[in-house]
Design a protein around this ligand. Structure first.
Ligand code: PTJ
Length: 250
């Protein structure tokens, strides 16, 4: 039992959640390692949502609202940490969710289906796909098999993605939005929009801006996207991190 007064309460609770979903067979063993890497980057970011992340979230909200066929791709870590927000987003955008695992096993798929069944009230009316027969070109991993909807989608939200697939999706001509605490990762560098923030902070904000931006017209949304520069935003994130490290004192 972690006391609420613990200075690292939020971070420790996230760990508990990740461990719980690993124990349930939903999160991959490597997902534990990925989470630890994320924690290290978040420490340097000051464990808060910075301006560059808000800028990326606003651009992502605009892109998703303008999309003709948006889709949200989830893996074990995303289900563990942001299931409710993924559901809310799918409802707001009226779009399907696709479960796509890097470390795909029958057992994990079964565990995820069981979790969805336990949450059937929350997910009713949402289309959930577990991949399909369509193949993403230029990709060797298991993640290349996707549903027809995903294959034909124009904007994909892929939090905590691996670099190979992000690159292959961009090559297919898709607009790729990712959430990744590491601004240096290949996913971060190849995606159309990279939100350098922790997923449990970024997703509620994305939901908030999508609700707010629903009232904007197409031109206003387009303007937000056109004025967004992913390379510059990533450089801002890197500058912020190195400045923060340079200023830190014991
Ligand atoms: O469930 P699966 O089988 O699809 O596997 C999922 C993981 C995440 C294990 C897999 O996609 C993987 O190995 O990912 P990578 O290549 O380790 O990339 C994950 C990225 O997400 C890293 O750059 C981490 O810094 C970042 N990250 C980790 N935790 C968080 C995060 N970003 C935002 N919020 C987090 N909580």
């Amino acid at each position: 039992m972690i006391p609420k007064s613990h200075p690292r309460y939020l971070s420790l609770m996230k760990r508990e959640r990740v461990i719980e979903f690993f124990d349930r067979g939903i999160l991959a063993k490597a997902g534990l390692i990925a989470h630890g890497r994320g924690e290290a980057f978040d420490y340097i970011l000051g464990e808060k949502t910075n301006d560059f992340a808000v800028k990326a979230i606003k651009a992502a909200a605009s892109l998703l609202l303008l999309a003709e066929k948006p889709v949200i791709s989830v893996n074990g870590n995303t289900i563990a940490l942001a299931f409710d927000e993924v559901i809310e987003l799918a409802k707001l955008l009226n779009c399907p969710i696709e479960v796509n695992l890097f470390y795909k096993t029958e057992d994990r798929i079964r565990a995820i289906k069981k979790f969805f069944e336990e949450n059937r009230d929350k997910i009713k009316d949402i289309e959930i796909n577990f991949g399909g027969d369509m193949e993403i070109p230029n990709l060797d991993s298991n993640r290349r098999f996707v549903s027809e909807y995903f294959y034909n989608s124009d904007v994909v939200l892929v939090p905590l993605e691996d670099g190979d697939r992000a690159e292959a999706l961009v090559k297919m001509g898709k607009k790729v939005i990712t959430i990744d605490l590491n601004p240096l990762s290949r996913t971060a560098r190849t995606s159309t929009i990279t939100i350098v923030d922790e997923i449990t902070r970024a997703m509620p904000l994305l939901v908030k801006y999508i609700k707010e931006f629903k009232n904007k017209n197409k031109e206003e949304l387009k303007e937000i996207i056109d004025s967004y520069d992913n390379k510059k935003t990533l450089e801002e994130a890197l500058r912020f991190m190195s400045n923060r490290l340079a200023k830190l004192k014991l």
